[in-house]
Ligand binder design. Structure first.
Ligand SMILES: C[S@@+](CC[C@H](N)C(=O)[O-])C[C@H]1O[C@@H](n2cnc3c(N)ncnc32)[C@H](O)[C@@H]1O
Length: 453
């Protein structure tokens, strides 16, 4: 039996076989893993290695589960407030599983185009099917029916609620000011576009794929993509790869790399490696995770681009000859990508940012050892917190690392000018516009020149 048939042959006598039940049950489990156990979402919705409840679903139910979890996480503070406003008293501390069933149902009622009665009925059945929650099935019914009746008023009340957690909202306000912090929060609610980088002919591919070209990076933006990315024109032929416009900025800042030996130090899945090859570099892609390096190799093979690949920890790797240039796209809190990965706000906290900042500091120092004197290191990451960007560089320079800030090569589009800070580094946030378009990840990128030797 194939996946589609499993989805279309329910046994109506068993509520758990009702259409849509399994998708909601999987969504509630996955939400619990994100919120209670801080498990990143991506791994759980992987078709090969993901959560078993997700893998057991057919393609249509998998898409529904993803939509349910993403929508719930994107609106989590609103949903929590809406549920709390309908309860006489808070749910008992042990009722975590129940709270996730309620949240998934509330996301459908408030934010998704799902008939209210299906959302309510299936949530009641989920409660009945779990011995821990059976006694609450009446409460689930009452809360969710109340929500459907008062939907318009509740949505109105939720207008002023920030979609990001307090710890991060406070941090953003302290760093960027209240208006930008608010705009970053609102940007989080917009469905993300698909941005792609092309090997050549952006205008031609934009016309073929129904997108528009963002002049600043040559990115093609698909505002209303339909179907799987891998089925789109040019994907199998290796003409393009998916890459947010902001993520495309750091590598382009090297300019022409013809004749230069370049190392991409945290390379997988390889979007920036592909750019470095396209910019003419003789590229070595280094990555600590063997499985992620395999993915990078597959991506490069599809794109018919060649680079040397090495599975190694950059902190231990010793090249025979130092490189002319290095890209350090360091692991980070990924808070700049929360539009597409809304789980980051619920799986991370400020202590993670502090720990990652230490790792990045050590990595940036190491990256300087791997280039020749006079060589350039571009340090970048997709965190919105300056502790993982601006402060790392300030610390390096204050501590006497053999480095100075370097200018990016001339010739970049003027439209990138608003993203340069006073020190000549790039800072983007989801509150900004690129080429007049909203929808951009948060990124930081700086160029450093090795000064000793
Ligand atoms: C932000 S991702 C890189 C994204 C990549 N540059 C791109 O554009 O596709 C960070 C990567 O660094 C890798 N990484 C983390 N620590 C590392 C280390 N010490 N040495 C090498 N790679 C490392 C992670 O496994 C992860 O794949």
């Amino acid at each position: 039996m194939n996946d589609d048939m499993k989805r279309t042959a329910p046994n109506k006598d068993r509520p758990n076989d009702k259409p849509g039940y399994a998708a909601r049950a999987a969504a509630s489990k996955i939400l619990a893993a994100v919120v209670d156990r801080k498990t990143p979402l991506d791994g759980m919705i992987d078709t090969e290695h993901g959560n078993p409840a997700y893998r057991a679903l057919g393609p249509a139910d998998r898409a529904l589960t993803r939509a349910l979890v993403l929508t719930t996480l994107r609106h989590k503070p609103m949903i929590d407030q809406a549920i709390a406003s309908l309860l006489d008293r808070p749910l008992p501390g042990g009722a975590r599983a129940l709270s996730h069933v309620l949240a998934i149902a509330a996301a459908q009622i408030l934010y998704l185009d799902v008939p209210d009665h299906s959302a309510v009925d299936i949530a009641v059945e989920q409660a009945n099917a779990d011995p821990r929650n059976k006694r609450f099935s009446g409460l689930v019914n009452a809360v969710l029916r109340g929500m459907t009746r008062r939907k318009a008023k509740i949505l109105d009340e939720l207008e002023s609620v920030s979609p990001i957690p307090d710890w991060f909202a406070e941090r953003l306000t302290a760093v960027y000011g209240a208006d930008t912090a608010h705009a970053i929060g609102r940007a989080q609610l917009q469905p993300p576009t698909i941005d792609i980088s092309v090997k050549s002919d952006p205008e031609g591919w934009a016309a073929r794929l129904g997108g528009t070209v963002l002049f600043s990076t040559g990115t093609i933006r698909l505002d209303a993509p339909s179907g799987a990315v891998s089925d789109m024109d040019g994907f199998a032929e290796g003409e393009w790869w998916v890459q947010d416009a902001a993520a495309a900025i750091p590598a382009t800042l090297f300019g022409d790399l013809t004749g230069q030996r370049v190392i991409d130090l945290c390379a997988a899945p390889g979007g920036k490696t592909a750019q470095l090859v396209m910019q003419g570099g003789q590229v070595t892609a280094l990555e600590r995770s063997k499985s992620r390096l395999r993915r990078l190799e597959q991506n490069l093979a599809r794109l018919q681009l060649s680079a040397e690949t090495i599975a190694a920890d950059m902190m231990e790797y010793q090249p025979e000859v130092p490189f002319d240039a290095a890209l350090l796209d360091a692991p980070c809190s990924s808070t700049g990508t929360a539009r597409r990965h809304p789980d980051v706000f619920w799986t991370k906290d400020f202590s993670d940012i502090e720990k990652l900042a230490e790792v990045q500091y050590a990595m940036a120092r190491r990256a300087l050892d791997l280039v020749r004197p006079g060589g350039i290191v571009i340090f970048s990451n997709c965190s919105l917190d300056p502790l993982e960007g601006e402060t790392v560089v300030e610390r390096l320079l204050a501590d006497g690392a053999p480095a100075e800030r370097a200018a990016f090569p001339a010739g970049r589009p003027d439209t990138l000018a608003p993203f340069f800070d006073a020190n000549g580094a790039i800072r983007t946030t989801p509150a900004a516009q690129l080429d007049g378009k909203t929808g951009l990840d948060g990124f930081y990128a700086v160029a450093l020149r090795r000064t000793d030797g």
